[in-house]
Design a protein around this ligand. Structure first.
Ligand code: UD1
Length: 419
């Protein structure tokens, strides 16, 4: 298993080119199932999760290639509706093929998902929403088996909680349904807007994009198009956090400040100077120690759960104490014991963590537990005195493109050790 060896204590400075968003690329690739003619998706990050989904799509009989930040897919050859456990188990987002397969093929058999161990993460909302569109669903032996006679029928979907994947799945089903579907309490994450924009380019009729009520008028078929994946707001925030924790100055390019305003405000509250360009963001910590900031994770446009661990890492060396409440996932503090091994002072009670900033972290062997938590350990290692070994970095490879090259480019002393 690969590990990172990181020598901490160096201020990071320079420019990082941000990749396309993993969480947008995955639903866009799932949406290729819906088209009758070829689709080209550009700005696709080179990541393990994307590879997994491409394999899964190829297994459906779709002609698909993935090379040089580009996915080309032709779903006219679709001839199968089976998404096996072997592929789905490593990535929860595989469930995103359920809605489009059902809409296009009338049937889907998809394994229940795996993915990061950050809570129970059921898919009940996805299934309930598809049933509201006329699907009959059975869950048996670890598989979801969904069927519909003819086309799905437009209907009213009201989610019990804001779910990103659930909104994406039902949106992809509704675009080919017969009649109008109203999706209430829809998630408003930028990745949903990206999916809706591509679907519209394919010929879908969607009103209310960017709001919590999406109204979809189903069409009989959709065509291919060319579409570029939106910038990764979480990758952007993660590298800006590297400037904050090391007292450095980093400019992220090929990104969009509008995607992560709630995070940028927290960095400003820490005392960082944040400059927003049209497609870049610069964070200058000016060698200062950040001030502790409290926050609560909530659906977009509030503070994203996917940035919780990274900003917590910055808080561990900040002046003062902070309270962090995780309201999206019930088990997303697994980085806490690892950060504590490096000298962080964090008390957890239920879904709240109180972080008392210490002046310095110290190197220790640590283990990555999930995707974003892993980046928080890398951040802590970059700030710590001494050499930190971060184990199980396959989690990071699922979601951060070229991480060590990008970090080396801004002065980090990081090395991959393969065994
Ligand atoms: C997506 C993101 C993930 C991010 C999360 C929240 C992708 C590929 N992943 O995950 O990085 O952390 O949004 O912003 O885009 N829930 C249910 N029943 C359901 C669906 C969800 O109870 O049927 C719960 C989940 O357990 C969780 C909450 O709702 O507590 C939010 O989950 P959801 O928004 O669906 O997350 P994902 O789409 O899996």
């Amino acid at each position: 298993m690969d590990k990172f060896l990181i020598q901490g204590g160096h201020r990071l400075n320079g420019e990082v080119r941000i990749s396309g968003a993993k969480n947008a690329a995955l639903p866009l690739i799932a949406a290729t199932i819906l088209a009758n003619t070829p689709i080209t998706i550009t700005n696709v990050p080179n990541l393990k999760d994307v590879n997994t989904l491409v394999k899964l799509i190829a297994g459906l009989g779709i002609t698909i290639s993935y090379d040089d930040s580009q996915v080309q897919a032709d779903a006219s050859t679709l001839n199968n509706q089976f998404a096996p456990y072997e592929l789905v188990k490593t990535m929860r987002a595989s469930i995103l093929v359920l809605g489009p397969l059902l809409a296009r093929y009338g049937e889907a058999k998809v394994s229940l998902p795996g993915g990061c161990a950050i809570g129970s993460r059921p898919v009940d909302q996805h299934l309930k929403a598809l049933e509201a569109l006329g699907a009959s669903i059975e869950v048996e032996n670890g598989y979801v088996h969904a069927k519909v006679d003819g086309r799905l029928k437009g209907g009213e979907v009201i989610f019990d909680m804001v779910t990103v994947g659930g909104t994406e799945n039902i949106l992809m089903a509704a675009v080919l349904a017969d009649g109008i579907t109203t999706i209430r309490n829809a998630a408003r994450e930028p990745e949903i807007t990206d999916l809706a924009n591509m679907l519209v380019k394919m010929g879908a009729l969607i009103d209310g994009i960017d709001t919590d009520t999406l109204v979809v008028t189903g069409v009989e078929n959709l065509q291919g198009c060319e579409y570029a994946v939106v910038a990764d707001r979480i990758e952007t925030g993660s590298y800006l956090a590297a400037a904050a924790i090391t007292g450095g100055c980093i400019r992220t390019t090929h990104t969009d400040p509008a995607l992560l305003e709630s995070v940028l405000e927290k960095f400003e509250e820490m005392g960082a100077e944040v400059t927003r360009g049209e497609n870049w963001i610069e964070l200058d910590m000016q060698g200062k120690r950040p001030k502790a900031v409290s926050f609560r994770t909530l659906p977009h446009p509030e503070f994203p759960t996917d940035m919780q661990a990274q900003v917590m890492a910055v808080n561990t060396i900040a002046r003062g104490f902070s309270t962090i409440s995780e309201t999206i996932f019930e088990n997303r503090f697994m980085h806490v014991p690892e950060l504590s091994r490096m000298g962080a002072n964090i008390q957890v009670e239920g879904n709240d963590a109180v972080v008392t900033g210490v002046e310095k972290l110290s190197a220790a062997p640590v283990m990555a537990t999930d995707l974003r938590a892993s980046f928080s350990l890398v951040l802590a290692a970059l700030a710590a005195e001494g050499e930190t070994l971060v184990d199980r970095i396959y989690h990071i490879d699922r979601g951060y493109e070229n991480i060590e090259a990008k970090l080396q480019g801004i002065g980090a002393k990081i090395q991959r050790i393969s065994e």
